[in-house]
Design a protein around this ligand. Structure first.
Ligand code: PLP
Length: 496
């Protein structure tokens, strides 16, 4: 065993992979990073002969090296099974001069399933390895997507319970229906009388409540976090970039060693960071193209080296990218500073006190692998329409941000390197916006499920099971609570 994890904000911290997964965040507020990014130890040719699960093992074993082969393979096989509606788990579709890497074939038809399908199994295994006897309780505040993906991932996983809080009037009808119909004896969902910030603040408070932690420990429970800074979510995301390259190789689209570009619709910077880690592992990636929506804080950062969250928060039709603090960027800052925890801590302190920091010229020079740009709301809708009309392929609002930015990149650079675009959601997850872009005259109904049928008849794409199932599913979660009753609700669920 050689892989240890340090904190981005404190050099003296050193934990194993399984401890990093259990803790989520370092106590100093920093994120766990591997002491060094491991190199792939199988050739790309060998990898091109493997299944998704096979590639997953070859990538993840290098990062999670305190898991035995049996443990890790067990986690992988439980995660990437019939829950996905295709054997290849993450298929590539060629359209409009690029390869769309479809990351939406899991439980909730969005890319968060790729990591949240395996995180629960990694966590339970990590708990066993570290002699944790308590049941793991996952507490999540959600604005829609993450909550359902976490519920679906943890449902039925022995040794865990999951409690999700969502703002009663702050999620889409389909998102709400997805959550309240969630099966599994270990799942609970509450609608809170407040907004997403209230839910998140409430959850953070409960997490740091020492008194409650003691009561829970006595009753055999402890909290853990499933949020996107957990290394147990980042590492599984590296897999599909390696797999996509291996598939292009297997299908003779590229030759061994040929570079590819990767385009990622970005919010919290987790998905694109995974692509960057894949490059550090030796995957021949040329440019990492970071696509933002109108909340273009990252575009500005790549332009001038200043990260500044002091700006208006814009609600867009790609809501999973409506973010002003991209938490995972901290890991890149740490990397380009030459693993300087003291410097990273200074930048992050500045971000929390002034909402802003500016990196040095030297650090900026280390960003040359990245290209940033953004798509406006009009450009996003136009891209969905154009790709549909030119090719018949229907993409969602998030993927369209990436496709649009990729076109801007090609125009600016004339770089024709084959590109993989991370397709982060099924068009059926954002039916109203997608249909409005393609056929605005057909968007008459208030009922999103009706629009689903219309989109299906126009596009000829079958409605995914994840959507058709919930239309008639039993409503299992009717709980509601006031913001100041969240802690009591948790107590109630745990019987303490
Ligand atoms: C979460 C999400 C994103 C953003 O991914 P990050 O890892 O946060 O950058 C993009 N698209 C969809 C559909 C998402 O759910």
């Amino acid at each position: 065993m050689s892989m240890l994890y340090k904190s981005t904000r404190d050099d003296s911290v050193s934990v194993t992979a399984s401890q990093a997964i259990l803790k989520g965040l370092s106590e100093d507020g920093g994120l766990f990073v591997p002491i060094q990014i491991p190199k792939l130890d199988k050739s790309l040719e060998d990898l091109s002969k493997l299944s998704y699960q096979g590639v997953a093992y070859e990538v993840m074993k290098l990062f999670l090296d305190d898991f035995t082969e049996e443990e890790l393979k067990n986690c992988i096989n439980k995660a990437y099974d019939e829950k996905f509606d295709t054997d290849v788990i993450a298929p590539l579709t060629e359209a409009d001069g690029a390869y769309f890497l479809e990351l939406f074939h899991g439980n909730t038809i969005a890319f968060k399933d790729m990591a949240l399908s395996i995180l629960p199994h990694l966590m339970v295994t990590a708990a066993k390895k570290n002699n944790v006897k308590n049941k793991i309780v996952i507490l999540t505040a959600t604005s829609g997507d993450t909550g359902k993906a976490a519920l679906a991932g943890f449902a039925g996983v022995e040794g865990t319970k999951i409690i999700v809080f969502y703002p009663k009037d702050g999620v889409s009808p389909i998102q709400k229906q997805q959550m309240v119909t969630q099966t599994g004896d270990n799942t609970t969902v509450f609608a809170i009388h407040g907004n997403f910030d209230d839910a998140q603040t409430g959850v953070k408070k409960i997490f740091s409540d020492k008194e409650l932690a003691k009561e829970m420990d006595a009753a055999g429970y402890q909290f853990s976090s499933a949020n996107s800074i957990n290394i147990g979510r980042l590492v599984p995301q590296i897999v599909y970039y390696v797999y996509s390259y291996a598939q292009l190789l297997a299908n003779d689209r590229i030759k061994t060693g040929d570079p590819i570009n990767v385009v990622v619709p970005t919010g919290n910077f987790g998905n694109i960071l995974a692509a960057f880690y894949a490059k550090q592992m030796g995957l021949p990636v040329n440019k990492l193209i970071c696509a933002s929506n109108s909340n273009k804080v990252l575009f500005d950062f790549f332009q001038d080296g200043a990260y500044d969250r002091n700006r208006e928060f814009i609600l867009t039709t790609s809501p999973s990218m409506d973010i002003l603090i991209s938490s995972n960027l901290e890991r890149l800052i740490y990397f380009i500073s030459g693993n300087d925890a003291a410097a990273t801590k200074k930048f992050m302190d500045s971000l929390s006190t002034t909402g802003r920091y500016e990196i040095t010229d030297e650090m900026k020079a280390n960003l040359k692998d990245f290209y940033g740009n953004f798509a406006s709301e009009e450009e996003d809708a136009a891209e969905i329409k154009k790709v549909y009309e030119d090719t018949g392929y229907v993409i969602d609002t998030h993927t369209a941000v990436a496709a649009c930015v990729y076109n801007k990149y090609k125009e600016a650079t004339k770089d024709e390197t084959p590109a993989v675009i991370a397709s982060t959601a099924s068009p059926y997850k954002f039916t109203r916006s997608v249909l409005t872009a393609i056929a605005p005259d057909k968007v008459a109904s208030d009922d999103d499920f009706e629009l689903v049928d219309i989109l299906s008849s126009i596009s000829g794409v079958e409605v995914p099971k994840a959507v058709s199932e919930i239309r008639t599913a039993e409503i299992r979660h009717k709980g509601e609570c006031d913001v100041d009753q969240m802690k009591n609700s948790v107590r109630g669920v745990l019987g303490i």
